[in-house]
Design a protein around this ligand. Structure first.
Ligand code: AMP
Length: 479
């Protein structure tokens, strides 16, 4: 789900879950599955349940554990449930933007949870201009729900009727009184997996949510597929001609939980392999390899293994502080970084460190971390990043700022090293990244590294996101 571009916040990531299991404690299952997906969104959480005859929803701002308590879970009973967690972004912290969103469908409500980002929202909005129900939220997800509400037939028919009109990335779950349907865009940009659990079937953004509720992985929702889940099986319709699969490569680098499987492969192992590749591509003599917890840890372990330089923890992360990235402005972001990490001075003092992180976006984290490690006595801080430089914004649902804010879009690697105070800085190459993931490059969306967008990005307002950088020389933008 993303916030529409006329709002002041254009981007976010999300997690979705859907469960059909009559007789089971459906809302509790959804609650625990959402808990496992909390890393995909910390701004709001919601669950919709269907009992024959009605759909009930509870959603609110905050973490899953804050939004639901025993009484609220007990009151949400039914045979099916969908759930959603939403990523926090500036200015969009409105209750109305929490999901699942609902629309009246004549006979009852349709509820929708969406991960991804549509790129033809202007065109879609025109299709519902005469709709008697006003839009409540400022999200593209509510547009999908509004379109579904206008379609006749079963919910599966409605999804099949609407899906071809949606341009962009979407992995979504829809719920009516009697049906739960999961669907995915033709490129399969965001993950969505199907699981089997006692008494029914489920879908979730990541396999870690299936593990959490005791479900076993059946398969992925196929690109362009709409699938109705029932207690006893799956009814599949290939609603769109599947395009070449373009799974977001950043899911592998950063976003997915390391214990999840993406395309059948364990993410932790892929990240460790990124570190091994990085050690081969960018070796340096040092006393220890340090991972920036938690996202840099597997790659740091891989780097240490391949280089023979000992791995050590040197930074302790306060797990009760939200991600620095999601703070509303640059100043808060800076203090967020300080809140998040504390150095182990006794380990660091006098040492030459190789510090592995998964990515650099604005450069804020790197700058703060380098300063913190130097203050703690590090003699050298060699930053090693287990992904290529991010030079293009994401339009398909990952929180990446405009080009002007992406430090690598405006500066060469050497300049970023100087700006951040790192002794040296090196990134993993795209080729090394692909080797580590173990799948061919044309199976991924890598637009944040290459600027090659596999799905059209037509909304004129979206193009504004490039404007910041338009004044930069093309040469510098590409470095
Ligand atoms: P920055 O400080 O802006 O350079 O952000 C880089 C840091 O944020 C890295 O440590 C990443 O682990 C993390 N990061 C990268 N992408 C995202 C994202 N989309 N959402 C939240 N954190 C991110």
């Amino acid at each position: 789900m993303s916030v529409l571009w006329d709002d002041d916040s254009p981007h976010d990531e999300c997690g979705v879950v859907g469960i059909v299991a009559p007789g089971r404690d459906i809302s509790r299952l959804a609650f625990f599955a959402l808990h496992a997906l909390q890393h995909r969104g910390q701004e709001s959480a919601g669950i919709a349940v269907a009992d024959d005859g009605q759909v009930m929803v509870q959603r609110d701002l905050g973490l899953v554990g804050a939004v639901f308590d025993e009484p609220s879970l007990r009151s949400l009973s039914g045979h099916s449930a969908i759930g959603h967690v939403r990523y926090s972004t500036t200015g969009s912290n409105k209750w109305e933007n929490a999901q699942p969103v609902t629309r009246n469908r004549g006979t009852g409500l349709v509820a929708l949870g969406h991960n991804g980002n549509l790129t033809n929202t202007d065109a879609l909005r025109e299709q519902i201009t005469n709709d008697p129900q006003p839009l409540q939220a400022t999200t593209d997800s509510e547009l999908i729900a509004a379109l579904l509400a206008r379609e006749p037939g079963s919910l599966l028919d409605a999804v099949v009727g609407v899906i071809g009109r949606l341009v962009g990335a979407f992995s979504a779950v829809a719920l009516s009184e009697y049906e739960l349907v999961a669907f995915r865009d033709a490129h399969g940009v965001r993950p969505l997996v199907i699981g089997k659990l006692e008494g029914g079937y489920c879908v979730a953004s990541e396999t870690c949510a299936l593990d959490q509720i005791g479900a076993t992985l059946v398969r992925e929702v196929r690109p362009g597929e709409a699938v109705r889940l029932t207690a006893t099986g799956l009814e599949s319709r290939q609603a769109l001609t599947p395009a070449i699969s373009r799974m977001c490569v950043f899911e592998h680098i950063y976003f997915a939980r390391p214990d999840s499987l993406l395309d059948g492969r364990n993410v932790w192992e892929q990240r460790r392999a990124m570190g091994i590749e990085l050690a081969g591509e960018a070796p340096i003599d040092a006393d220890m390899v340090v991972g920036l917890p938690d996202s840099g840890t597997p790659a740091a372990i891989g780097y240490a293994f391949a280089s023979g330089i000992p791995y050590s923890e040197a930074v302790v992360r306060n797990r009760y502080v939200g991600r620095s990235f999601i703070q509303p402005d640059q100043e808060l972001r800076k203090s967020g970084v300080k809140l998040k990490f504390n150095p182990l001075r006794e380990i660091i003092d006098g040492k030459r460190l190789i510090v592995v992180d998964d990515s650099i976006v604005r450069g804020t984290t790197t700058q703060q971390v380098v300063a913190m490690l130097r203050e703690a006595g590090a003699r050298e801080v060699h930053m090693r990043i287990s992904s290529p430089p991010i030079t293009w914004p994401c339009f398909y649902g990952i929180d990446m700022p405009s080009r002007g804010e992406l430090v690598a879009a405006r500066h060469s690697i050497d300049e970023v090293a100087r700006l951040t105070g790192a002794t040296t800085l090196a990134h993993l190459s795209l080729e090394g990244l692909q080797r580590a993931i173990g799948a061919p490059a044309d199976r991924f969306c890598r637009a944040c590294f290459t600027g090659e967008y596999p799905i059209p990005v037509p909304d004129s307002s979206i193009k504004l996101r490039f404007e910041d950088a338009a004044t930069q020389p093309a040469e510098a933008q590409r470095k």
